[in-house]
Ligand binder design. Structure first.
Ligand code: XIL
Length: 393
């Protein structure tokens, strides 16, 4: 039997051992002679581990960029080499009134990304959600067109040469692959997506341009996304990549559909990214994967079962789900350019408030104290193909 050091690694504390991390801990403790609690420096870096495969990104926002949460800022620097503003670049924040933009916070995020040498993915130019109030109430097609054109052009040109890429259009499709009846579709017609990419390309010719959506690994929505990509391509309008958001449930991880989608999108000649990865462990009121944030609902105590901590069995399930995902990502690393987590630690995750407010969720690789979870080591270990071994096996 192998000898196990059960300190420092949350996985070992669970009675599980991730091979690879045992060696690291042993070496570090011998070399430094430091106690387990002081071994933070031996935690492997995500971005270094996957350096040859794809970028590892995180959503972040003003608090981290302004240095108000130094612990998290340090963690971002150590583990991530791409960032996506979680909310700051959405129209409701960037463009609060018809004739007024508010660029201050976004400028800071962009400066932070530049100073730290992290490509920033602008999120997002055209989205039906988180629009400013005046835009949601707009009934006049000319005004919608004016807003649409002015917003894309003004925002994309302000950050020309500074923002690495744009989610030009976000969530334009229904589950059956048809176009969502957004304010843009209603007033501008089907051509609005091609027009959005055309405008973004004019304003920011050096930025990569992406379509981003959830559930687009599912066959019908994937077909809709492929049709959309082909439409852009046949119109001669540039699209560089597709972002599969990746808001999934640990009990419902669509691995086969994800693999088919990686292959299908790559075959169209676009880059594939996982752009908002998190795995919820909580009961889903709708029993399926969704990120439609128009469906927020109130919940019961039964919907919030882990307020006192995550049971070991669920912790292990989460680690296994992440292990399966990253094993698949590595298999297709030649087609995947970025894997971005939607938040740094569990405390930051939007899934504490969606689809039911005020829950305690555990969807990311770092816990509320910024400590790596078993899922973190499971992800790291996919690189050495060691996977999870049960203690004493
Ligand atoms: C979410 C943010 O994480 C929350 O803080 C905010 O309240 C709502 O939006 N799909 C997207 C993201 O493209 O922009 C959403 O982000 C999550 C679903």
């Amino acid at each position: 039997m192998k000898s196990y050091l059960s300190w420092a690694c949350g996985t070992c504390l669970l009675g599980l051992h991730l091979s690879g991390c045992n060696t690291r801990h042993t070496t570090a403790s011998k070399a430094s002679g430091t106690p387990a609690s002081a071994t933070a420096t031996v935690v492997p870096s995500l971005k270094e581990t996957f350096q040859k495969d794809f970028r590892i990104g995180t959503a972040f926002d003003f608090t981290q960029a302004a240095g108000r949460d130094t612990n998290t800022s340090r963690l971002i620097g150590r583990h991530f080499n791409a960032v996506t503003p979680e909310n700051t670049m959405k129209a409701m924040h960037l463009h609060p009134e018809w004739d007024r933009y508010n660029f201050g916070p976004a400028d800071r995020l962009v400066a932070y990304a530049q100073q730290n040498n992290m490509p920033l993915n602008g999120h997002t130019l055209v989205w039906h959600s988180q629009l400013p109030g005046f835009m949601r109430r707009m009934k006049n097609a000319d005004s919608v067109r004016h807003f649409f054109t002015d917003h894309i052009t003004t925002v994309a040109s302000r950050y020309k040469g500074k923002v690495y890429s744009w989610d030009v259009v976000n969530e334009a499709l229904n589950e059956d692959g048809s176009l969502r009846r957004s304010v843009f579709l209603q007033h501008l017609g089907e051509g609005y997506i091609v027009e959005a990419f055309r405008l973004a390309n004019q304003a920011a010719p050096d930025a990569e341009l992406y379509y981003n959506d959830y559930n687009i690994e599912q066959p019908k929505k994937r077909a809709g996304t492929m049709a959309l990509i082909k439409k852009l391509q046949s119109a001669g309008v540039r699209i560089d990549g597709v972002g599969i958001q990746g808001h999934w449930h640990i009990d419902n991880l669509p691995l086969a559909a994800i693999e088919e989608s990686i292959l299908a999108y790559a075959a169209l000649g676009v880059k594939v990214m996982f752009t908002e990865l998190d795995l919820t462990v909580l009961p889903n009121p709708w029993q399926n994967n969704t990120a439609d944030i128009g469906r927020t609902a109130e919940g019961s105590a039964a919907m919030n079962p882990y307020t006192q901590g995550l049971p070991d069995s669920v912790q292990v399930k989460l680690a296994k789900a992440y292990q399966d995902l990253f094993t698949l990502f590595l298999k297709h690393a030649d087609k995947i350019t970025r894997v971005t987590f939607w938040g740094v630690n569990d405390g930051h995750s939007w899934l504490n408030n969606f689809p039911i407010r005020g829950r305690t969720n555990y969807p990311l690789l770092f816990d509320r104290n910024n400590q790596p979870k078993p899922a973190f080591y499971a992800v790291i270990n996919t690189k050495s193909n060691n996977g999870i071994e049960k203690l004493n096996e």
